[in-house]
Structure formats: structure tokens, C-alpha cells
Design a protein around this ligand. Structure first.
Ligand code: NCD
Ligand code: ZN
Ligand code: ZN
Length: 360
């Protein structure tokens, strides 16, 4: 075999961040924070707690609860939780100023009411948020969007596309300079839409939407651990997501959407939406990029593009990935005597993050 075709077996990249994670609260933090802190230097922490993170004061208090669970080792100690506010129709422009002044709030999250887990307090009429959007646009505070319409008559597989047509287009029309992250995009429509917009519009992509499609969820029996929102789409969409993620375009970056739900709430007649991936996300992304021969584009996606979009410095330290097969744990302890089943539980992955013991 010539040197040019020899597979890469170990490589080192700038330490990654996660621009979309759910750490939950209370006892859940004892499981989720060590995984996040071992694998990411910074993480945008989603505000869909019960009750949600609605004010700068809530965000400051939540940040302290997260920091209290960061392990003592030198890698984890670098972990910086970046906080978000949950957009409600009662949030005001003054609240946005307070949030920016706090220094801990880095974005505001828009959940259409009823679109996903803990979104009941979200936005019903986006026109009630114009003052908030104007202030965010003026101050450069990003709006993070769960982009799905919620009308009962719209097919679940069409909800992202309909959101683009019915909401995103108008939003950008009214606030052309607003920084927007279209979170966890799942369709070629969303990828094309982001590509067609200016630099202020970017997108996160989860590992599951790069590696899987709806066949993985539904063929040969229903697989609740592949169920998340927005739902996995057909393979043609997966392919486009993989194309844009591995293209080197800075509009697309990591956002694991790691979203823990206790095993019994997913393996259930009415199973919760969300895949837990914080402990395995980097190997999963490596696997996805490797599958199309684009490992050289991984670092931009995991460690550079997001920081630049948020106007934050690039991490100065590095992580090493090694090509070595290992088995994902069947579960992790979670909450009081419950457990948490990660994505790919019991399956073999090709890549390990070093130091391995810390990461998983
Ligand atoms: N992605 C999911 O399926 N679930 C997330 C919510 C979200 O990000 O939409 C959760 O909080 O469980
Ligand atoms: Zn979401
Ligand atoms: Zn999410």
C-alpha cells in the first residue's frame, strides 16, 4: 500500500466544543456533566429544564449547578458551560440587555410551543417577539432555533421544511442581520436554505443525522434509542447532511443534541425523543467523516467553525483520536437507581478519544 492511501490511525485536532447539549438538572448533572466536561471544552447548554431557564438570574444559577458537578481532573476543569435563555413571549428587550450584560448568556433558544421535549412554554406567536429579536440583532446575540412547525395536520417528516417556508424566511426578512443557528438540521432543504443565506445564518448537525436515517429507526423493529426530534429522515437527506458537514463550509458545525432520557422512558409505549451521545459523540463524528474520506475536515467542524460563529476564541489545547475498536457501554447510572442508554449501546465504534477512561 502506498503512503498516500494508508489509512489514518491516529490524529490530533484542536479540542472540540459542543454547540448544542442537554445536561438537564439536579441529579442528572452527576452523569451528564462529567461526560460533557471530558469531551468538550465548552458547551452551549440548552434551557429546556422544568421550569425553563428564562432569565439571566436563572442562567447564572443553573451554570453554578453545572460547575458543581465538574470533576477535578485537569481536562474536565477547563469545561466552560455557555448558557442560553428559553424564549417566551413575555421575554423583553430589557431582559436581553440584562442577559448580555451578565456575560454568561451566549444565546436565546426558540422552541415553537409543543415541538419537542419540554417545549410547552415555548413560542406560539413569533410576532410577539419582535422587540426581542430587534435587540438581539443589535447586540449580536444569536437566536438558536428548533426549526419545526407543530400543526397537527403537518406530517412529522415535513415539519422542518414547512418551518423554513413559514417561519425562517419571514424571520430573516425582518431581521436580516440577526445571527441564527438552525439547530440539528435533518433535511437537504435545511442544508440548502442555510447555504443560500449570509454568514449570519449557520447550522448544527448531530452525529445521528450524519450516520443514520429512518431505516435505522424503523426497519426490523422500532428502535427507541434512535428516536429524536427532528426525526431521522430518508437516506437522501442523510447524504446531503454528510456532504455539507464534511465540505469545510464554516456555516456547519458540531451540536450533538445529546439529550438524556432514563432508559425506561424511551423503551416505553410512548417513548421520549432524544439520543444520549455526549460520551461517544466525537468517535461518532470521526466515523461519519471517515466514511467519506474526509477526516481532514473534522477539526473545522468540531473545533473551529462554531467558535468563530459565536465570536469566541479557538481552544488552545488538543485531543487525540485513535483508531481502535471498542464497545459502547450498555448503560450509565442515571438519576436515583435508574439508568441511561447511550446511542449505539453495546455496539462497536472505530475511534477512541484519549484519555479513553475519562471520555466514556
Ligand atoms: N432532540 C430531542 O429529541 N430532544 C431534546 C429536545 C430538542 O432538542 O428538540 C430533549 O430535550 O430531549
Ligand atoms: Zn430541538
Ligand atoms: Zn436539543
Amino acid at each position: 500500500m502506498s503512503a498516500a492511501t494508508a489509512p489514518i490511525n491516529t490524529f490530533t485536532i484542536t479540542a472540540p466544543d459542543d454547540w448544542h447539549i442537554h445536561l438537564r438538572d439536579g441529579q442528572a448533572l452527576a452523569t451528564t456533566v462529567p461526560h460533557a466536561a471530558a469531551n468538550f471544552r465548552r458547551a452551549i447548554c440548552m434551557p429546556n429544564l422544568v421550569p425553563p431557564v428564562k432569565t439571566a438570574a436563572d442562567a447564572i444559577a443553573y451554570r453554578e449547578r453545572i460547575l458543581a458537578q465538574v470533576p477535578n481532573d485537569s481536562i474536565s476543569q477547563q469545561f466552560e458551560p455557555l448558557m442560553t435563555l428559553y424564549l417566551t413571549e413575555s421575554l423583553t428587550a430589557a431582559d436581553i440587555e440584562t442577559a448580555v450584560d451578565s456575560g454568561v448568556v451566549k444565546a436565546v433558544k426558540l422552541y415553537p410551543a409543543g415541538a419537542t421535549t419540554n417545549s410547552a412554554d415555548g413560542v406560539t406567536n413569533i410576532n410577539n417577539c419582535t422587540d426581542v429579536f430587534a435587540k438581539m440583532e443589535a447586540l449580536g446575540l444569536p437566536l438558536l432555533v428548533h426549526g419545526e412547525v407543530t400543526h397537527h395536520h403537518i406530517d412529522i417528516f415535513d415539519r422542518e421544511k414547512r418551518f423554513i417556508d413559514e417561519v425562517m424566511v419571514n424571520l430573516i426578512d425582518k431581521f436580516p442581520k440577526l445571527k441564527i443557528v438552525f439547530e440539528h438540521i435533518t433535511t437537504s432543504d435545511a442544508a440548502d436554505f442555510v447555504l443560500s443565506q449570509g454568514k449570519n445564518v449557520a447550522a448544527t448537525i448531530t452525529p445521528q443525522h450524519l450516520l443514520f436515517n429512518r431505516n435505522h429507526l424503523l426497519v426490523g423493529g422500532i428502535k427507541p434509542h434512535f428516536y429524536c426530534l427532528p426525526i431521522l429522515k430518508r437516506q437522501s437527506h442523510q447524504k446531503v447532511l454528510l456532504d455539507v458537514a464534511t465540505s469545510g463550509n464554516p456555516k456547519f458545525f458540531i451540536g450533538t443534541d445529546s439529550a438524556p432520557h432514563a432508559t425506561h422512558t424511551k423503551e416505553n409505549a410512548c417513548g421520549c425523543a432524544g439520543c444520549y451521545s455526549a460520551s461517544i459523540a466525537l468517535p461518532l463524528y470521526a466515523q461519519a467523516f471517515d466514511s467519506v474520506g474526509k477526516l481532514d475536515k473534522l477539526e473545522g467542524f468540531t473545533s473551529i467553525h462554531g467558535a468563530k460563529f459565536y465570536g469566541l476564541p479557538i481552544n488552545s489545547d488538543k485531543v487525540t483520536l485513535v483508531r481502535e475498536a471498542w464497545q459502547v457501554p450498555e448503560h450509565y447510572p442515571y438519576l436515583d437507581g435508574k439508568d441511561l442508554t447511550p446511542l449505539m449501546a453495546g455496539q462497536t465504534l472505530d475511534w477512541k478519544v484519549m484519555p479513553f477512561n475519562l471520555a466514556v
